[in-house]
Design a protein around this ligand. Sequence first.
Ligand code: VG1
Ligand code: CO
Length: 542
Amino acid sequence: MIKTIPTKPYADQKPGTSGLRKKVPVFQQPNYAENFIQSIFDSLEGYQGKCLVIGGDGRFYNREVIQKAIKMAAANGFGKVMVGKGGILSTPAASNIIRKYKAFGGIVLSASHNPGGPTEDFGIKYNIGNGGPAPEKITDAIYERTKVIESYKISDFADINLDRIGREDVGGMIVSVIDPVEDYAALMEELFDFGAIRNLISLGFRLCFDAMSAVTGPYAKEIFEIRLGAPGGSVRNFLPLPDFGGHHPDPNLVYCKELYDEMMGDDAPDFGAASDGDGDRNLIIGKGIYVTPSDSLAILAANANLAPGYSHGIAGIARSMPTSGAADRVAEKRGIGIYETPTGWKFFGNLLDAGMATICGEESSGTGSNHVREKDGLWAVLLWLNILAVRGESVIDIVTQHWATYGRNYYSRHDYEGVDTDAANGLIDALREKLPTLPGTKFGDLTVSAADDFAYHDPVDKSVSQHQGIRILFEGGSRVVFRLSGTGTTGATLRVYIERYEPDSTRHNIETQEALADLIAAAQDIADIKGRTGRDAPTVIT
Ligand code: VG1
Ligand code: CO
């Protein structure tokens, strides 16, 4: 039976960079999740009788919301729901399922790299039929709807057994519980030369992958240990836990310090990697060298043709604005397109659909391609392995050769987390006001050449997205970018992105923070970070 339940709007359901993210207790308020899910359905047209994909990263509250979403999909007229066994689907796997089975769209339950547990984070995101995050036009409509919603529809059948693969007819709608790994692993086998990677591993190449007790565990076990023959134990923390073992499932040098230390040690494996809560981010560390995500994007783009899925070359590269310009140099040399988008994967969808870009990336450890419409952590790891297998060189050799060919973009991001929201907004507002006066101003030896508030004009659908980050460019090509995070759940996070291009290969071995020291000082001066936030130092440096 379908029930219509009266409800009252919540004022705080505006989707951020990647869906709606809040603390679990916020989601547990009466009708909170239901309101948002109904608002998604109310903002869509033409889904009657069609298929909806549902899955999440396995975090606390995942199963409860999946049961609600299935019952609401039935009540709203979907013909079918495909859901991952155990409620599990990594974000890229969900994107693949939507595309492969031509679903109308999908609901991905995740707060990505944010911690999980009864008092930690949860999230809901809607993906459209191309498999990618809903564009702003849709997320804006969803938000408008959440402000006025008066009721939602839900069917009252019993909970679905999510732990058994199979199909069930629940009063007119089919629920299909699927293996979350199979289709994804098959796609990876199509794109990469598994034979060459298997051979590399059989010759003694050692790899270590940390799944961070998050969603990639089952995928990584199947792919690295079973299909590629890596010894048992190569994949660590492979069991997805609702609280990620109490850790931040964020693959950066702070939360993967142990792996980093190991990779810098004498007995380091050849290759270390990790992914985040929902499987769309990647960390790449070679023996003795951490590869920044911006460099990784450039190196993957420059070598993608070595993998079967990209053997005909790539059409173009897209990167988010704060991501370093390393990829631009590859595009320039190859004579292919380069696109600069705002932060967040949703902005890549149109470029990928139009065939303008093949490989995309963000400085925040996200890399991916046109194989799905999300960033994809394991894809990046596999492309690296494929390149290593074909070139037969070490990560450190490949990276240093890349710098020698293209120059090095020294790059770092400084995050100030949990800052007072008004102080953070005040800092950005003050910067915005200052913009016209900055060109020509000197900070130490640096002179500002241009300063603006980045706006994106989508070349495909012509939409415009304003206020996507404050850019300060210096003479010589260095830059500093300021923006506020759109994924946090407590206070504000100020992100400061710092970049310097160094063409001279005799200067490619400077410690990053040292190479950027004058820019870091200039950023402090320009934005008065200490005065406005009371912070002496960033909480996270990547
Ligand atoms: C962050 C990153 C951004 C990424 C987004 C979602 O957003 O900076 O590059 O796309 O997270 O990643 P923000 O607004 O906090 O800077 V994930 O792995 O959460 O899906
Ligand atoms: Co993620």
